[in-house]
Ligand binder design. Structure first.
Ligand SMILES: [Zn+2]
Length: 486
């Protein structure tokens, strides 16, 4: 591994128009694996998540629910905070774009970009989708409707501030060539590259709204008649989280971000707009944009109308926290869309967690206590996991494959137990041999539990409590049988 001293990772900030769904939980878990992994390597980690709280859609939603907008955003933001706690996410900060520190950061950024000459005012009219918070061109519509929202956009005419995105076309191209891993996976990078080819002045981004159309936003500096358009505001959160603009030391230490982890639907904003904004402000660019796919259910997109939406809590109720993390990480690859199926997940819980890992820990600890009262010397044994490969998988976001390596090792250890038949050794009085076998398995389990920590932190700790101390402990089953009714 290359020597890194700090690691700054962010998730997208969640838009607070609705409570969290499983896709965002998965994004948090992906980021958490990396944060915990780097901490294990003694790297100083900053891990930011939070909520995106401005915009017409949010004001609309609050109004529809008869709530004051601050009350509404407080409530929804809290549900995301709780979600992170529920899944034992180790974020070091939680940002809300309605915070004062963020208002200052967004306005500072605006001034920098403006003073560098990349913000201009222009009369604009077009078809505006409130759901997307964006103007739509005709060719983006199907039957006159937004593809994502299935609604007819409204005609709007206003004079707005624009960000001169088109001025950065060449610089962005140069960036993409100089940093072939700027966006991963490459399929997602290719989408952005082909989009960039078409960029001209018509792609300059409207970055403000008149307060007549939108009052719920950060005021544009030196112009009280406009508020910032949500993306210009939202993207800056990544810098707010590391002290921009006032805490120069923290900012210098942690910026640029090592990775912005995002869902594929917001790739273009992060891979084109955001680096261009930073170029305009003469600030360092993030090192990588890592784009993950979506969770489908039984091969179909999750949707309310299909009734197949999975609530994050539902998962925890059925499987518990760490098993939920495992089942998501092992079945939903980072770089593609993945499929969730309840029946298959239950089978996987039994096979991998209860029967493989749980059983291994149980039988080895039980025999250690039964035959040696829990006190026995530990061996070293051969390496059961290719650590180099394991690290490679993690830094390449192949979390499912990293887990496969660990669980393949559990399988091998279980096979060794079956073959060695320690109970026969005990019966024949070959206690020295028996102690060597158990000691080796115990130390292997300790090593594997350490590797498991970023993925299943609580489980790893429970295993280490049992096998890592002076005296071996036999505990309750790590993965109890699932309730029948689920
Ligand atoms: Zn839309």
């Amino acid at each position: 591994m290359s020597k890194v001293q700090k690691f700054y990772i962010t998730t997208a900030i969640a838009y607070v128009n609705a409570p969290p769904h499983i896709g965002f939980a998965l994004e948090l878990i992906f980021a958490d694996v990396l944060a915990r992994f780097y901490r294990q390597q003694d790297v100083e980690v900053r891990f930011l998540t939070g909520t995106d709280e401005h915009g017409q859609k949010i004001l609309q939603k609050a109004t529809d629910m008869g709530k004051e907008v601050h009350t509404f955003t407080d409530e929804i933001s809290h549900t995301f905070h709780v979600l992170a706690k529920r899944f034992t996410i180790s974020n070091t900060d939680f940002i809300r774009t309605t915070e004062e520190r963020h208002r200052e950061a967004a306005q500072d950024m605006w001034r920098r970009v403006r003073d560098a000459g990349y913000i201009y005012k222009k009369k604009y009219s077009g078809l505006y989708c409130v759901g997307c918070e964006a103007y739509k061109t005709e060719h983006e519509l199907v039957d006159g409707k937004c593809i994502d929202h299935k609604t007819i956009p409204q005609f709007l005419e206003e004079e707005n501030y624009f960000f001169k995105l088109s001025a950065f076309k060449t610089q962005l191209l140069d960036l993409y060539i100089a940093h072939p891993d700027f966006v991963v996976p490459s399929s997602k990078f290719n989408e952005v590259k082909s989009l960039l080819k078409d960029i001209d002045e018509s792609f300059d981004v409207s970055i403000s709204r008149s307060v007549e159309h939108l009052s719920w936003g950060i005021p544009v500096p030196d112009d009280a008649s406009h508020v910032m358009y949500v993306w210009f505001d939202a993207l800056v959160n990544y810098m707010t989280g590391v002290g921009f603009p006032h805490d120069a030391d923290t900012f210098a230490k942690f910026w640029p971000a090592d990775v912005h982890l995002i869902g594929k639907e917001i790739n273009r904003f992060h891979s084109i707009l955001w680096p261009a904004m930073l170029m305009a402000a003469d600030l360092p660019l993030p090192k990588q944009i890592a784009v993950h796919g979506w969770i489908h259910v039984d091969g179909q997109k999750m949707s309310k109308s299909l009734g197949n939406v999975i609530q994050p809590d539902e998962l925890i109720e059925v499987f518990g926290i760490d098993a939920s993390r495992y089942l998501l990480l092992s079945q939903i690859p980072f770089t593609n869309d993945g499929d969730w199926n309840w029946e298959r997940s239950k089978q996987k819980y039994s096979a991998d967690l209860a029967n493989n890992l749980g059983n291994l820990v149980h039988r080895v600890t039980s025999m250690s206590v039964k035959y040696f009262s829990g006190s026995l010397s530990r061996g070293e044994g051969d390496e059961v996991v290719d650590i180099k490969k394991f690290h490679e998988h993690i830094v390449q976001y192949k979390f499912d494959q990293a887990l496969q390596l660990i669980f393949a090792a559990f399988t091998i250890l279980n096979q060794q137990v079956d073959e060695k038949k320690p109970w026969t050794l005990a019966k024949e009085g070959r206690m020295k041999e028996l102690e060597v076998c158990l000691g080796e398995w115990l130390s292997h389990i300790s090593v594997l539990a350490e590797l498991l920590k970023p993925f299943m932190p609580e489980t790893a700790e429970r295993i280490l409590e049992r096998v890592g101390g002076e005296k071996i402990i036999v505990g309750e089953p790590l993965f109890p049988r699932l309730e029948e009714h689920v």
